[in-house]
Design a binder for this molecule. Structure first.
Ligand code: PGA
Length: 253
């Protein structure tokens, strides 16, 4: 039995006022439902993690950072360490989101170091992988995914707790969702590779999330796929009403 995740990645969106309104609304909406059978995560901008953590103190909704430094501490202006996140009660961090790869030149080796820094601080990394549109068109998706897994997960142990997010870059923020069949095909390839990198038992336990234009009207069919264990949701997580609908879909799955 794998954990099912509904994870909202706000990216660089919302003022503090909007953040407070969102959390208030989400808490009202989720007040009467039991969330414990799934994992509900929010990745707000880092600036809001501390206030979000205070307002979600008694909530089953957990928080994660969108990015983290590979370093523990020191002269790295503008950076935030995993240890700092841990010290304010944050449980997760993304590593290697495609927008970090695209706009900040992050490569698989750096993402691997970030994943290790996140684990070392006692947080769970959500390691993001996915092919570009031209890579899919060239028919090399599988090679790209396998290589990303090998490099991003190098040196990790079967005792390490981590989550994989498969986010085809051509589907992120474009409204072009992978069909459930495409998602399942890649998720199953990922699980096969995880068996080789770790072992069959570990591979069966790792949650693999799908991300890329997940919406209220396509989430159920994606989640119905055998190897899709939740969603990493950008645009549709920005509305508390839509995020709540996505949570309900996962609860009813
Ligand atoms: P999207 O973003 O749902 O807006 O496509 C997903 C992501 O980038 O995590």
């Amino acid at each position: 039995m794998r954990d099912i995740y509904v994870a909202g990645n706000w990216k660089m969106n919302k003022t503090y006022e909007e953040t407070k309104d969102y959390l208030e609304k989400l808490q009202q909406l989720t007040e009467k439902i039991e969330l414990n059978s799934i994992k509900t995560l929010l990745f707000p901008p880092s600036l809001y993690l501390q206030p979000c953590s205070s307002s979600l103190k008694n909530s089953a909704v957990k928080l994660g950072a969108q990015d983290v430094s590979e370093h523990t501490k020191g002269a790295y202006t503008g950076e935030i360490s995993a240890l700092m996140l841990k010290s304010i009660g944050i449980d997760y961090s993304l590593a290697g989101h495609s927008e970090r790869r695209q706009y900040h030149n992050e490569d698989d080796e750096l993402i691997n170091r970030k994943a290790k820094a996140i684990l070392a601080a006692g947080l769970t990394p959500v390691i993001c992988i996915g092919e570009l549109e031209e890579e899919r068109e060239k028919g090399i998706t599988n090679d790209i995914i396998v290589k990303q897994l090998e490099l991003c997960l190098a040196g990790l142990d079967s005792k390490d707790e981590f989550v994989i997010a498969y986010e085809p870059v051509w589907a992120i923020g474009t409204g072009k969702t992978a069909t459930p069949e495409i998602a399942q095909e890649v998720h199953s390839l990922i699980r096969e590779k995880l068996k080789i990198l770790f072992n069959a038992d570990k591979a069966e336990k790792i949650s693999i999330l799908y991300g890329g234009s997940v919406k209220v009207d396509n989430f159920a069919e994606l989640l119905a796929q055998k190897d899709v264990d939740g969603g990493l949701i950008g645009g549709a997580s920005l509305s508390a009403d839509d995020f709540f609908e996505l949570i309900k879909i996962a609860l009813n799955q």
